[in-house]
Design a protein around this ligand. Structure first.
Ligand code: GMT
Length: 379
């Protein structure tokens, strides 16, 4: 199949899932065309079946904000036509599903419209998508998609409850490359960071408010106050970084918290981690937690969104009420103090991650594509 994948190119989960899916589809012999305003972060090597189409859009004095959605729709018309795409798969509803619909309406005139599938990832439904300034367009664009998938049961249910959706949503979860994300020998690295055998707690995110990175600092501080020698490694970057740094200064723990910024080889850092912290205020799946679990790292998370579908309380880690950093700190400290329990949780985490093995999930997408291609009528 000739498949177009529209995505955000950034550090976030939807872009990672879309890129890894495209690479997996290319490995199965499909021709994959990535379409975005910049090269996706994880698209870093040549593959004969993969092309990247950059969406350029011009500034004009009248536009305070150049209309990316229109530029994308125009590019899609060209790419669908000249690359002879069979199917378009857009990741994150805003504005991708709307641009896909518009492109198809243009192509319909000449009988060249193709089916498009929208994958809902998270805040396109739970935060920004349901904002009154976007909600009616999001509802319309989801309903006009020829297929719709959501990354967890939670997200599917939220979509039905927040919008008037008149079609079936298929749940296809996030997935993981178990070969890449596995614990590897990095003791030299651990020794350099923690010369006295300190424990390592890790958090990875885009430092947006919804990730509650400050909560990771409170959890970590609780662990330190319980007499555990430890370091906190914070990966990623974003709007809340300043606030988090300030909190570390107030708590006088700056020498124990390292801001490592955006990292490509997250699996190397996860290989030396003892615990992964994800206290998010909204998380429809939690790909970062899955990456940690695949590297045999137990997870302390909030019990919201899709996280309970991934992290199993008392088995692969612990889940606590949103914002209850004392409870999270208590669970973290108790697990770090109990080597035998930690080893069991670590094993369980990896085993749980195996359920999300990428080839199974990519095969699910492929069979869904086939189903949509065979039953679709352009709306
Ligand atoms: O919805 C977002 O915030 C964007 C998205 C991203 O691009 O970072 O994250 C969501 O999609 C991921 C991949 O499907 C999920 O693993 C994340 O849980 C989800 N984030 C939120 O729901 C906050």
């Amino acid at each position: 199949m000739n498949i177009g994948i529209v995505l955000y190119p950034t550090y976030g989960g939807s872009g990672v899932v879309a890129t890894e899916l495209g690479k997996g589809l290319a490995a199965h012999g499909h021709n994959v065309h990535f379409i975005s305003y910049a090269r996706p972060m994880r698209l870093n090597e040549f593959h004969e079946n993969i092309s990247f189409h950059e969406v350029s859009f011009s500034a004009y004095p009248l536009f305070e904000y150049p209309p990316y959605d229109l530029a994308l729709a125009s590019h899609l018309v060209d790419i669908i036509t000249y690359q002879k795409l069979d199917l378009l798969h857009v990741h994150y509803a805003i504005p991708h599903a709307t641009s896909a619909y518009l492109a198809n309406q243009i192509l319909r005139e000449s009988g060249r419209a193709i089916p498009f599938i929208t994958t809902l990832h998270g805040t396109d439904i739970t935060i920004v998508g349901c904002d009154p300034s976007y909600a009616s367009v999001v509802t319309f664009s989801i309903n006009k998609s020829n297929g719709v998938t959501a990354v967890s049961e939670y997200l599917r249910d939220e979509t039905y409850s927040r919008f008037e959706i008149d079609q079936e949503i298929e749940v296809i979860s996030n997935f993981i490359d178990l070969e890449r994300f596995r614990k590897t020998e990095k003791s030299h690295f651990k020794k350099a960071l923690c010369p006295n055998g300190e424990k390592i707690l890790v958090h990875v995110s885009n430092f947006r408010e919804v990730k509650r990175v400050s909560d990771t600092v409170e959890i970590f501080n609780y662990v330190l106050e319980n007499g555990i020698k430890a370091h906190l490694l914070l990966l990623g970057d974003g709007p809340d970084r300043q606030k988090v740094e300030t909190r570390c200064r107030e708590l006088k723990i700056c020498d124990k918290v390292r801001f490592l910024g955006k990292q490509e080889k997250v699996e190397e850092i996860l290989s030396i981690a003892d615990l992964f912290l994800i206290p998010s205020g909204s998380e429809t799946f939690g790909l970062a937690a899955l990456e940690a679990m695949s590297c045999s790292v137990p997870v302390i998370s909030s019990n919201i969104g899709g996280l309970p579908e991934l992290n199993i309380h008392g088995e692969t880690g612990y889940l606590c009420d949103l914002g209850d950093t004392d409870a999270m700190g208590e669970f973290a400290a108790s697990l770090l103090k109990d080597d035998e329990k930690w080893a069991q949780f670590s094993k369980n985490a990896r085993k749980r991650a195996e359920k999300f093995e990428q080839s199974k999930v990519i095969a699910h997408y492929e069979s869904y594509y086939e189903k949509v291609m065979h039953t679709m009528s352009i709306k």
